[in-house]
Design a binder for this molecule. Sequence first.
Ligand code: PPS
Length: 297
Amino acid sequence: MPDDQTVPHRALLVPVKGIPLPAHFAKDFDAVSAFCPHPSDLLVASYPKSGTTWIQEIVDLLLHNGDAESCRRASIIKRNPFLEAPAHLCQRTGVALLKEMDPPRVMKTHLPFQLVPVGFWENKCKTIYVARNAKDTLVSYYYFQQMNLSGPEPGPWEGYIQKFMRGQLGWGSWYDHVKGYWEEREKRNILFLFYEDMKENPRREVEQIMKYLDLSLSDDVISRIVELTTFENMKENPMVNYTFIPKTVFDQSISRFMRKGDVGDWKNYLTAEQSAEFDEDYEKKMKQVNIPFRTQF
Ligand code: PPS
């Protein structure tokens, strides 16, 4: 049977094992849970809007020795399927696309640790997790939800901040998501990266990813990868800037997928009062772990 490619309009959230997912992502979740990766597969995991696409493009360039042309062979969602994605984004579901590819495959997920198919851990698959500070993630997600017409309506900004703090957005609580992977990172050999570190010193982080992938590329190739994956270059690259998704799904006239790509942009949106309330709540939720997030440089 062909995958259901119906484009949903402003889907509602549906709980899957306690985690809210847009209804079209929740619909066939058993197929996602049953997906069994090959030990050579690589998972790029993140809470939405944390720099996933950036890491994916770096990984693909590393695996292709910095060859920009090879990495323009297809859109990022065809090169690295989105594991839990329904068919309207790419004509096929993420699982269907993956089954058509030979390992080693690279795939993306936003699932919290406990919802990732257990085969990834049983097969000791390499996993890169990228985390971004909560306030910039909040702002990026808000703008993304405005332009992603298939996903839930974000509603007004003030209420959106509350939903973020309560974990009432797609893929659930940012706080539980980052804590879940952080706590498992050593046991599961997860490479835990920070968006802010990538901005501060992209070359250092590209080298870190290269080592994790057991690759050894020349200094020139590393420099080329850093250059090809700047925000400005990725914004203009049609294979990564999501202009390959039809306007009926991602209306980038509302907000670009590659919007600002900055650290500390939240200061332009959160009032002093909103920021103080957010910080107070953050302290409560994050006090038991010491994850070194930076909200500014
Ligand atoms: S998604 O839809 O959840 O997979 O989105 P994701 O790729 O995780 O995050 C999108 C945000 O990452 C920014 N981005 C970058 N920043 C800096 N450099 C590069 N190369 C880069 N590529 C993507 C993108 O602009 C989104 O952040 P905002 O703050 O909205 O600009």
